[in-house]
Design a protein around this ligand. Structure first.
Ligand code: BV8
Ligand code: ZN
Length: 268
């Protein structure tokens, strides 16, 4: 795919690039997106039902089991060329703010420095009562492929239930992270939205904020989304295919992307 020269010029000349990612950027690492139907024990639920404080209250072992199952899946996966290109982009432009809706930690594993994780992380659980951080064993407890209910651990400080360190539907985002994301969207000259359906707020407001203050908004997604109406440029394709190509066309002379780790293949 040959990219429009305006895009390549803007990428080379950007003073402040914002990259906003969703589940689609991790799809080629083998992690299903939120639109993909849940499997195994969770097949009878949709993610938006399970990712709520109400669901955890109603059945802590079901929800904790789901998050430990997802953490296991993520730990068996590798960042893909999309994650790695975003990390490389940060070395090519004066300022890059990476904002993600993902809780998988693959951007950090790909070498991206400060990641604004709007919706928290699978790897940072804490007590639901006193908030005390709860260290997790690296390897999640062995769960059958289809998943299983797993009682959450108890807090070492107050004995309360430990919950996943993610933002559930109906919960507000971490204030500092959201404020930093808003100010970046309000100050950038170029915003790349990669692999998000732009259905979840307030994250979906960020590209609109950027467009309203004059930034060029570019979407990378194999499907049409609500963002097609906002973005000036819509690149139809997958993150791990389009991003490396975009970098190579913007900086044709620079040495190519760092080689991917040998064993890169979708894990699950
Ligand atoms: C809040 C962590 C204040 C947990 C997540 C009614 C109308 C409007 C809004 C609301 C409403 N009712 C409630 C709300 C607010 C609600 C909301 O937006 N609901 C939506 C569903 C309508 N938002 C909230 O509750 C937020 N908090 O508003 O607080 C408040 C407080 C009290 C009361 C009211 C308000 C909190 C939202 C955060 C929830 N937590 N995750 C966990 O992970 O388990 S959200 C979770 O879902 C993800 O983090 C992500 O944000 C979202 C999924 O979206 P995407 O990442 O975009 O993924 P999706 O699968 O949808 O799409 C993937 C895309 O990738 C597709 O377009 C596909 O085509 C593309 N793709 C696929 N493969 C590839 C690809 N692209 C590139 N390459 C590929 N290979
Ligand atoms: Zn506690």
């Amino acid at each position: 795919m040959l990219f429009p020269p305006t895009l390549l010029n803007r990428l080379r000349e950007t003073r402040h690039l914002v990259v906003l990612t969703g589940a689609g950027v991790s799809q080629e690492s083998g992690i299903p997106t939120f639109r993909d139907a849940l499997t195994g024990l969770w097949a009878r639920f949709d993610a938006e039902q399970l990712a709520t404080p109400e669901a955890f209250l109603a059945d802590p072992a079901l929800v904790w089991g789901w998050y430990e199952w997802r953490r296991g899946q993520v730990l068996r996966c590798q960042p893909n060329a999309g994650h790695r290109t975003i990390a490389e982009l940060a070395r090519r432009v004066p300022r890059l703010t990476l904002i993600t809706q993902n809780v998988d930690g693959l951007h950090e594993r790909a070498g991206s420095p400060a990641v604004l994780a709007l919706h928290g992380s699978l790897h940072r659980p804490h007590c639901a009562d006193c908030g005390q951080a709860h260290p997790l064993p690296d390897a999640p407890s062995a769960l059958p492929d289809g998943g299983a209910c797993l009682p959450p651990p108890r807090c070492g400080a107050c004995g309360g239930l430990v919950r996943p360190g993610v933002v559930w539907f109906g919960e507000s985002l971490p204030v500092e992270v959201w404020q930093a994301a808003q100010s970046a969207a309000g100050a950038c000259d170029l915003l790349l939205s990669v692999g998000t359906s732009s259905l979840v707020s307030p994250a979906a407001e960020l590209p609109v904020m950027a467009a309203d203050q004059g930034a060029l908004v570019v979407q990378i997604n194999p499907a049409v989304t609500a963002l097609n109406a906002v973005a000036q440029i819509n690149l139809r394709g997958t993150a791990a295919r389009i991003l490396p190509e975009l970098l190579a066309q913007a900086w044709p002379d620079d040495d190519a992307m760092p080689a991917p780790p040998a064993q890169e293949a979708p894990c699950c």
